[in-house]
Design a protein around this ligand. Structure first.
Ligand code: HEM
Length: 378
């Protein structure tokens, strides 16, 4: 890992989705900061290029979809002269379609072989998400939709939180040192983290949760009310309920709820992982667990929640085994990815943080997060 990151790295776990294994994108070029004087020559292999185009087109398509959400039901008027998602989706399809066709073909061959040996269909061992999906269908459209769905749900969300954890570790070296101590005590400097071991790492979970609280990957959400209903008034002195007509769209923002001082205490804007471990749990969180909703709740709760915790923990343990501290490389940020100067005097995180958050369907940092990492000496 350290050798790959040698000249400075842009943490983009999204390009390393091991569970999907649909794009061998580690072959794609690692991005270099705009101010690196002598970036090493970039690979121009066909695969590197198509993986880069795919990532860009996928992001562009999400931007279009997010804009449609902002505009609301009249979005088709905005696209009277053409479907804005068409071009990026063509690039996405050019990348994905051959992978899906190859997977279907591979499955056909495998099933023919197991059939000849007398083993039934559906018993082909699934190694990847696509393999698993192929156990249920060979319809290329469904396979493509499901793959893209999981790519969006499972890549950008996890990528954002990993990026933000590393950002917070750079901002708060004491948190980094304590977390690294936990990693070395529980896992050691080189051993492979296990599911059981990760479960015992309370501080790691607290760091991830505190990051999910302050910068949730899905900061805004909107649900549609199917039937007319009423909600209790949020004002305890007002007994009159709020009328919600059937079909009404109800937007809500976990990022605002997660930072409310009445719900989290006077230090709600501070990065303090201990709030998930000390007396603040009893005081603020336990009486009202629904105030912490990075994965939403109820029947549409994130299906990948546990997977995500595990994946992020694994990645962070591996990172902290290799590196002992991090610092933000402010000069490496493109000028428009830095927070505007006037934000410095703003209250709360806006005045503290050193990057400019962006949002389409999920949160992200434009131009990545530029961090310097100090290699571990143990
Ligand atoms: C930090 C990581 C993640 C966060 C913060 C996150 C957050 C969320 C949220 C807020 C929703 C609900 C959206 C809504 O209200 O409609 C959701 C849904 C979903 N997530 Fe995640 N997610 C994460 C990782 C993952 C991963 C790794 C996967 C799969 C590998 C995944 C799969 C899904 C799926 C399939 C849904 C849709 C569930 C449904 O509509 O019934 N998520 N996620």
């Amino acid at each position: 890992m350290p050798s790959r990151f040698k000249p400075g790295f842009n943490l983009d776990s999204g390009s390393q989705i091991p569970h999907l294994r649909i794009c061998p994108s580690l072959k794609a070029n690692i991005p270099y900061a705009h101010n690196v004087p002598f970036p090493p020559p970039q690979s121009s292999s066909a695969h590197a290029e198509s993986a880069n185009h795919f990532v860009k087109a996928f992001n562009d398509a999400m931007q279009v979809i997010a804009e449609r959400e902002y505009v609301g039901v009249i979005w088709p008027l905005w696209e009277m002269w053409g479907d804005k998602s068409r071009k990026p989706m063509e690039v996405v399809s050019r990348f994905l379609d051959p992978i899906i066709r190859a997977a279907i073909e591979k499955r056909r061959v495998a099933e023919r072989l197991v059939g000849e040996k007398g083993v039934g269909k559906g018993e082909v061992e699934a190694e990847t998400l696509l393999d698993e999906l192929l156990n249920s269908t060979s319809d290329p459209k469904i396979l493509k939709d499901e793959t893209l769905n999981i790519l969006l749900a499972g890549r950008d969300t996890t990528m954002h939180i990993l990026t933000m954890v590393v950002y917070f570790l750079s901002m708060y070296p004491d948190v980094c040192a304590r977390l690294r101590e936990e990693v070395l005590t529980h896992v050691g400097p080189t051993a492979r983290p296990t599911y059981e071991g990760i479960k015992d790492m309370k501080y790691l979970r607290a760091v991830i949760n505190e990051t999910l609280r302050l910068y949730p990957s899905v900061p805004f959400n909107v649900k549609e009310c199917i039937n007319t209903t009423t909600w209790p008034s949020p004002d305890p002195n007002d007994e009159r309920p709020i009328y919600i007509p059937g079909g009404a769209k109800v937007p809500w923002a976990s990022i605002l709820m997660h930072r409310r001082k009445d719900l989290w205490g006077p230090d709600a804007e501070e990065f303090s992982p201990d709030r998930f471990l000390d007396e603040r749990v009893k005081k603020y969180l336990l009486p009202n667990p629904f105030q912490f909703l990075p994965f939403n709740a109820g029947p549409r709760i994130c299906l990948g929640q546990q997977f995500a915790y595990n994946e992020m923990s694994f990645m962070l343990i591996r990172l902290l085994q290799s590196f002992e501290s991090f610092s933000i490389d402010e000069d490496a940020f493109m000028p428009d990815a830095r927070p505007p100067k006037e934000w410095a005097s703003a209250p709360g995180r806006k005045g503290i943080d050193k990057f400019r958050p962006r949002f389409h369907l999920t949160m992200y940092t434009s131009d990545g997060m530029w961090i310097k990492a100090k290699e571990a000496t143990y």
